[in-house]
Design a protein around this ligand. Structure first.
Ligand code: APR
Length: 270
C-alpha cells in the first residue's frame, strides 16, 4: 500500500532527534493476539470486570481459571504468540538508532521477543507473575507448573501470585509512568500504532507530546506552547486523536505499513 504519508513518515523519522513509539493491541493482532475493542475482540469474549483488581483480590482462583481458559481453549495464547513484521520493524528502527523508546500498552512481551530493548511496559507484562506478599517475580513457565497442583498459584513464601499486568483500578507502575511522560515531553516525533486511544493515562501521552494538557481533551485539545512535535498514527481506523492531536493517520495494517517504512529507511541508509 504505497502512500505519500508513508514517505512523509520516513522523512520525519530520518530527521527526528528523539523519535518514540506508543503501541496498543493493534500491533499484535497480526500475531494472532486479538485486540480489545474491535469486533471479536477480547472484551467481546471475556468480561472486563474479570480484570478489575477488586475481583482478583476477592477471588484469585476465578481470575486465574479465566486466564488459563484465555490461553488454552481459544485460538490465541499470549504465552506462545510470536512477534510479527510490525514488531520486527520497530526493533530494526531502534537498532538503527532512529527510534529511542517503545512505550507499549500491551502485556504480551512481543516487542522484547522481536529484539526491542528499550521498552516501557505501561501496563506491565502478562508473561510474569508477582507474589502479592513478598513481591517476588516468577516467569509464566514456573507459574504453569505450579498451577498444575494448585490454583491460584503461590509463591514459596505462601503468598498468592498475581499476573504482573496492571489490572483495572491498579496504578500504572511508577517508573513506567514517570519515564513515559518524560519521553512524551522530550520527543520530537511520536508514532502512535494500533491503539484506540481510549484508555487513560496512556491516551494522554500523544497530547503531552503535542503540548496539549489532557484536561483540554474534551474541548478539542487547545495546544499549549511547546516545541514542534509530530504525532503520526498508524491504525486500521480513525481514533479520537485523528484530526485533533495527530498530524495524520496512515490507515492500514500496522505490520504492512511498518515493514514498508523499514524497507524505505533501509534503502535510504544503504
Ligand atoms: N493494524 C493497525 N491497527 C489495528 C490492527 C492492525 N493489524 N488491528 C487492530 N487495530 C486497531 C483497532 O482498529 C483499534 O483502533 O488497533 C486499535 C486497538 O484498540 P483497542 O482494542 O482498544 O486496544 P488498546 O488501544 O491497546 O487498548 C488500550 O485498554 O483494555 C485496556 O489494558 C487494555 O492496554 C489495553 C488498553
Amino acid at each position: 500500500m504505497e502512500s505519500p504519508l508513508i514517505d512523509k513518515t520516513v522523512e520525519l523519522l530520518l530527521a527526528a532527534k528523539h523519535a518514540i513509539v506508543l503501541t496498543g493491541a493493534g500491533i499484535s493482532t497480526e500475531s494472532g493476539v486479538p485486540d480489545f475493542r474491535s469486533p471479536g475482540g477480547i472484551w467481546e469474549r471475556y468480561d472486563p470486570t474479570m480484570f478489575f483488581i477488586e475481583r482478583f483480590l476477592a477471588d484469585p482462583e476465578e481470575v486465574w481459571r479465566c486466564m488459563l481458559d484465555m490461553n488454552r481453549s481459544s485460538e490465541f495464547s499470549l504465552w506462545d504468540a510470536r512477534p510479527n513484521m510490525g514488531h520486527h520493524a520497530l526493533a530494526y528502527l531502534e537498532e538503527a538508532g532512529i527510534v529511542e523508546t517503545v512505550i507499549t500498552q500491551n502485556v504480551d512481551n512481543l516487542h522484547q521477543k522481536a529484539g526491542s530493548r528499550h521498552v516501557i511496559e505501561f501496563h506491565g507484562n502478562m508473561l510474569f507473575a508477582r507474589c502479592m506478599k513478598c513481591r517476588r517475580k516468577y516467569g509464566y513457565e514456573q507459574v504453569l507448573s505450579d498451577i498444575e497442583t494448585r490454583i491460584p498459584p503461590r509463591c514459596e513464601c505462601g503468598g498468592v501470585l498475581k499476573p504482573d499486568a496492571v489490572f483495572f483500578g491498579e496504578a500504572i507502575p511508577q517508573e513506567a509512568m514517570k519515564h513515559s511522560f518524560r519521553e512524551a515531553e522530550d520527543c520530537d516525533l511520536m508514532l502512535v500504532i494500533g491503539t484506540s486511544a481510549q484508555v487513560e493515562p496512556a491516551a494522554s501521552l500523544p497530547l503531552i507530546a503535542k503540548g496539549m494538557n489532557s484536561i483540554f481533551r474534551g474541548l478539542g485539545g487547545i495546544p499549549l506552547p511547546k516545541g514542534k512535535c509530530h504525532v503520526v498514527e498508524i491504525n486500521r481506523e480513525p481514533t479520537p486523536l485523528t484530526g485533533h492531536v495527530s498530524d495524520f493517520l496512515i490507515q492500514g495494517s500496522a505490520g504492512e505499513v511498518l515493514s514498508l517504512i523499514e524497507e524505505k529507511v533501509r534503502r535510504r541508509r544503504d
